[in-house]
Design a binder for this molecule. Structure first.
Ligand SMILES: Cc1cc2nc3c(=O)[nH]c(=O)nc-3n(C[C@H](O)[C@H](O)[C@H](O)COP(=O)(O)OP(=O)(O)OC[C@H]3O[C@@H](n4cnc5c(N)ncnc54)[C@H](O)[C@@H]3O)c2cc1C
Length: 452
């Protein structure tokens, strides 16, 4: 049977033969943004890559708001124009409160030379696009292929066992990149995952369609975040007529309660979002729920394996970092694997990968701690009290600058607080933004504000 390009198959079940060769330079587990980015970069370097995805694209995923720095990564993959054509461009973020006050942060004020926009994406289509792009670059993509076992040569991870159509296959490679998201196959195998007891949240979410034109007071394309005394709510325009709306709260809020009632109560505390949804129709029959999504792995790399994206670490969705951080780690993993395959010393290269990822994750975690622990979940407190007068550094961070600027005064301050150390063991901080090599800071106050 001839291979069916994924791009042609989107919209229907994918039927594809198992790959003829079962030995590769790298195997990537999972075809989300992290796995597809990793597979794309390795394949673009001429490496033989097998990407195994358990489901068939397009498949649902939450996490639709994508940081502006991801635009630079998409550009480097030759995908920016296509993403701009197909998805909602996000030029600003509106933050509001429970009494209708709001302010807006514009990405137009990002440093010179940077892309001044991110995206809001329907993940089923976005992830399918990235995965088909990896295939277009030469990766072998097999969907409906569930990795069910790991293959070792001594202590080195040397391949995987996967099931497809009831058949068992074994594939081997010099490296396995685990991008299986929260499933985290490799981290769980080595018992590396540490759940975060301090940031324990649950999210209830729902899509709304047939949004009534003109009722949305936010700027077109705005991600809207509303904070209130018992949590926060996102409202993301995934296309002109559809909004993804989620309420994030402490798990106790939900214990024994009716989910719909709790969701509606939370929504009523976000008047600007509630008003924007008037007349719109809930899409799913039931609310969707995600919980226990804050964790990290103490190690992110080992003999023959790399953890990329949520498979290694996920913090919290409040600053929309998941997709960008996952793609950035995936770029670094592909670079390091490619370099080792080209002859770079493995020990030094994998240490660099781990230190790089920990640098970004640790800083990002600190920002989330500030939000929940120092500002009591009030984003305006962060913007107006804590970081007053440092809006430019804050804006760069909110756009995705987790690696670019060691001297960003906000990062410097947050790093100095040992309460917020994420990793148990010390590590060397490795900077070097995968998107913009030059540190971006320079300007004065740049955050434009609006008040009703
Ligand atoms: C409530 C909530 C809201 C969020 N909102 C945002 C947001 O607004 N913006 C943002 O950037 N991020 C957000 N995130 C985070 C975002 O969803 C993730 O960070 C992102 O999806 C990570 O991408 P990934 O490629 O690492 O993993 P995933 O997207 O989860 O992809 C992993 C893939 O691996 C596959 N897989 C799993 N197990 C196997 C197996 N055994 N064999 C083969 N394949 C397998 C899965 O089917 C899946 O396709 C949110 C998360 C939560 C929980």
């Amino acid at each position: 049977m001839p291979a069916v390009p994924l791009s042609e198959a989107v919209g229907g079940p994918l039927v594809r033969p198992a790959p003829a060769s079962e030995h590769f330079d790298a195997i990537v587990i999972g075809g989300g943004p992290a796995g597809s980015t990793c597979a794309y970069h390795l394949a673009a370097r001429g490496r033989a890559v097998l990407l195994l995805e358990r489901e068939c694209h397009p498949r649902f995923r939450v996490g639709e708001s994508v940081m502006p720095y991801a635009s630079g990564l998409l550009d480097a993959m030759g995908l920016l124009d296509e993403v701009e054509d197909q998805f909602v461009v996000k030029r600003s973020v509106e933050t509001s409160d429970s009494v209708g006050g709001y302010f807006r942060t514009y990405f137009a004020k990002l440093a010179e030379g940077q892309k001044k926009f991110g995206f809001n994406v329907e993940r089923s289509r976005f992830d399918a696009l990235l995965c088909s792009h990896a295939e277009g670059a030469g990766a072998t993509v097999v969907e409906g292929a569930e990795v069910s076992g790991l293959v070792f040569d001594g202590a080195r991870l040397a391949g995987v066992v996967y099931e497809r159509d009831g058949e068992r296959h074994e594939a081997r490679a010099r490296f396995v990149a685990d991008a299986s998201g929260r499933a985290g196959l490799v981290a769980r195998h080595f018992k590396l995952r540490r759940m975060n007891c301090r940031i324990k949240k649950v999210a209830l979410f729902q899509y709304f369609e047939d949004v009534v034109k003109g009722v949305n007071a936010a700027d077109e394309g705005d991600l809207v975040i509303a904070t209130h005394e018992a949590g926060w709510i996102w409202c993301i325009p995934v296309d002109q007529n559809t909004r993804s709306v989620g309420a994030v709260m402490a798990p106790e809020e939900l214990a024994g309660a009716d989910r719909r009632q709790v969701f509606d109560q939370h929504l009523s505390r976000a008047p600007r979002i509630a008003a924007a949804l008037e007349g719109a129709t809930p899409w799913f029959d039931d609310l969707k729920v995600e919980s226990d999504f804050c964790y990290h792995s103490e190690h992110l790399v080992g003999p023959g394996w790399f953890l990329v994206g949520d498979a290694g670490c996920f913090v919290d969705p409040v600053f929309s970092g998941g997709v960008f951080l996952g793609m950035a780690a995936a770029c670094k993993a592909a670079e390091v694997m490619g370099d080792i395959l080209d002859g770079r010393a493995e020990d030094e290269a994998i240490a660099h990968f781990e230190d790089f990822c920990k640098t970004g994750y640790d800083q990002y975690f600190r920002l989330v701690y500030v939000f929940y622990e120092q500002c009591n979940g009030n984003v305006e407190c962060m913007f107006r009290q804590l970081f007053e007068g440092r809006f430019k550094p804050l804006l760069q961070i909110l756009a995705g600058d987790c690696w670019g600027d060691e001297n960003n005064p906000i990062w410097s301050e947050l790093r100095s607080d040992p309460r917020w150390d994420t990793f148990e063991r010390p590590f060397n901080r490795v900077y070097g933004c995968p998107v913009y090599p030059r540190p971006p800071l320079a300007c004065a106050d740049v955050m434009a504000r609006e008040r009703p």
